[in-house]
Design a protein around this ligand. Sequence first.
Ligand code: MF3
Ligand code: CO
Length: 289
Amino acid sequence: MNLNRNDLCWCGSGLKYKKCHIEFDEKLALLAEQGFEVPPREIIKTKEQIEGIRKSAKINNAVLDLVADNIREGMSTEEIDKLVHDYTVSQGAIPATLNFEGYPKSVCTSINDEVCHGIPSENIILKNGDIINIDASTILDGYYSDASRMFIIGEATEEAKKLVEVSKECLRVGIEAVKPWGFLDDIGAAVQELAAKNGFSVVRDFGGHGVGLEFHEEPFVPHVGRKGEGMILVPGMVFTIEPMINAGSYEIFIDSDDDWTVLTRDGSLSSQWEHTILVTEDGVEILSK
Ligand code: MF3
Ligand code: CO
């Protein structure tokens, strides 16, 4: 797609290319020439796409607010699934996980030593002291959003409370590390440093991801890494940051009974928070949280 200066810009702004993304494209081309990893154009969202993702995220946020208002000891994770499913559908949206690569439910519910992708069940009852991650994702008019939060049921141990708090901070410092024209791995570097300082470890086998037009897009967003490495971040990129922090080792395994649930290998607790973010001209906009 080689545009002339007077052609309409590829981003759908209605402006001539020379008045819109030409400088942006030239900057990226130069960086690529210099050997930096740059994002492909398909993952740079247009204004219209960003508006669509924003609307999707609004519903996704409301889903998690609804869970926050209703989650309680004695409830089954199946009941959470029903809440999420029914609310999402009532808004004219679709839960993104439902039937995604065979995943059977509308939300992921991961308790204690479950790292992520726990499947709701009427046999799983929330009990005092549990920590649980609720991971919701929404499709509205074809646009995807994704976020997760932790909930503490009743009174948890000091260690569990600290893990939940630190993992939330890990997400915060990860987001703070996002700068337009900065580096993707700055995120992982920040997350890893904070987790390690608190004696916790960071899961490596799963990460964040581009999102918006599909559930999982480029780039993979590692939560460990070295500053100044990885893809260049540019305005218009939309991706999740979703650090999974373990109280013990970062090693995980997948439950062979359901082929979905990810657990810590050593049985230690795991905690995760996730936002979908947009890289802007001057920083970051949080879309779903
Ligand atoms: N929100 C989760 C993620 O992006 C969903 C994973 S796909 C599922 O990691 F099928 F496991 F839900
Ligand atoms: Co995600």
